[in-house]
Design a protein around this ligand. Sequence first.
Ligand SMILES: *[C@@H]1O[C@H](CO)[C@@H](O)[C@H](O)[C@H]1NC(C)=O
Ligand SMILES: *[C@@H]1O[C@H](CO)[C@@H](O)[C@H](O)[C@H]1NC(C)=O
Ligand SMILES: *[C@@H]1O[C@H](CO)[C@@H](O)[C@H](O)[C@H]1NC(C)=O
Ligand SMILES: *[C@@H]1O[C@H](CO)[C@@H](O)[C@H](O)[C@H]1NC(C)=O
Length: 424
Amino acid sequence: MESRKQRLIITPLVLLLLASLFFAPAGAHDEATPGLHPVILLPGYSCSQLDARLTDEYEPPTPACGVAKQGRGWFRLWENYTALQVDPTLLPCFHDQLRLVYDRAAGDYRDAPGVETRVVSFGTTRSFRFDDPTLKCIREVHRRAELAEGTNLFGAQYDFRYAPAAPGVAAWSFAGFRASLKPLVERASETNGDKPVILVSHSFGAFYATQFIDRSPLPWRTRYLKHFVMLCAGGSGSPGIMQVLASTMGTSPPTRLAMFGDRSFESALSTFPSPEVYGDTPLVVTRAKNYTAENIPEFLATVGFSDEEVERYRRRAMPLTRSFKAPIVAMTSINGVGVPTVDKIVYWDGNFTEKPQVVNGDGDGAINLKTVLALEKLVGDDPDQRYFKSVLVPNTTHSGMISDVSALRIVVSEILEANLATSG
Ligand SMILES: *[C@@H]1O[C@H](CO)[C@@H](O)[C@H](O)[C@H]1NC(C)=O
Ligand SMILES: *[C@@H]1O[C@H](CO)[C@@H](O)[C@H](O)[C@H]1NC(C)=O
Ligand SMILES: *[C@@H]1O[C@H](CO)[C@@H](O)[C@H](O)[C@H]1NC(C)=O
Ligand SMILES: *[C@@H]1O[C@H](CO)[C@@H](O)[C@H](O)[C@H]1NC(C)=O
């Protein structure tokens, strides 16, 4: 299934080049193929690695943590299940050290007092990883396209606990990300014969990518961005996030770390369904009240967020949720379909700590098809968006898109097509 909204010109020369890329000799994978536009990957949620170090200000939640036990040096906080296997008493420590606090004076989120963190190895994809082999990061594409790390392949990690916030609102983490990605893009272009770059995002990486693009001046985009390939993301969040957040109601000891929906994370409130996409469809159904995409603030209050947190959602996240814009950079969206995906959640008795009845629709298991199809209008119908292509890959899950061989083949061929398309 493929819908091609706009123009794409493939010349015979391009076909020849494509063929030569596909049939490149084995073993050539560490060498960059000349002629390729540089590619910068933005990974999905929690693929980026975080290091931390503690200061004396840190107040440990248990005797297993703190400067006395963990020292003052940098250590791998995320993702390090290996350390937790060796010493399970570190779990509440890591949980505590990963949490964010909201600094009222600064009007922004920051690390917990006494904890400093940094994203590991910005600029390269080498550090994209999960300890858990069932979880995937987007890095695999480089094996299939002829991309060489540091030459024409780069990684743009971000601290997934934070999120882009509405313009004019303090968001130091996202500001730092923008300030790092801009020169990375420029350097990647300049060291590759001034060719503009292709940004490729997976999942939550789309949020950082689209906000980065949106806030870059148009002449800069035209000069430096060849194409944006967005994998597994739509024009807003999906209803499944509401189940995730409801399920984090009440406090139980952490069994896993940094899962989407950790209530202290700014990112937990960033990917709600938008009224532009879902209109007045009930997304959460109870006997007494239905919650549509318009009712996210009420929903948050109902599942236990404080008035201050709800207000923060309105001010920081909601304006972005509701204003997905065409990137005005040639764009290909690739999404899985044919996998049951949450459409609606029923807590009939209004007890949100109970297991809900879930009504499934189509999607990739995480991203609902409705928000994907909304891109045709939000992006495809924008008169300034000259090229937009949406590719739907049957029977492909959210992580299968970047790990199943057949799906990866499609992803790579779309990246190569973006590379070669005359999309001006
Ligand atoms: C995880 O932590 C352990 C112990 O602190 C350390 O030896 C190991 O290198 C860390 N893992 C990673 C991937 O950094
Ligand atoms: C909620 O929506 C359902 C349809 O999904 C409808 O049947 C029901 O009457 C609505 N309930 C309320 C309280 O509005
Ligand atoms: C809500 O459901 C949970 C889990 O089934 C149960 O323990 C709790 O008592 C219920 N609360 C109410 C108010 O019925
Ligand atoms: C999708 O998977 C189902 C069940 O495995 C299979 O019957 C169907 O043929 C598949 N569809 C496509 C288009 O691959």
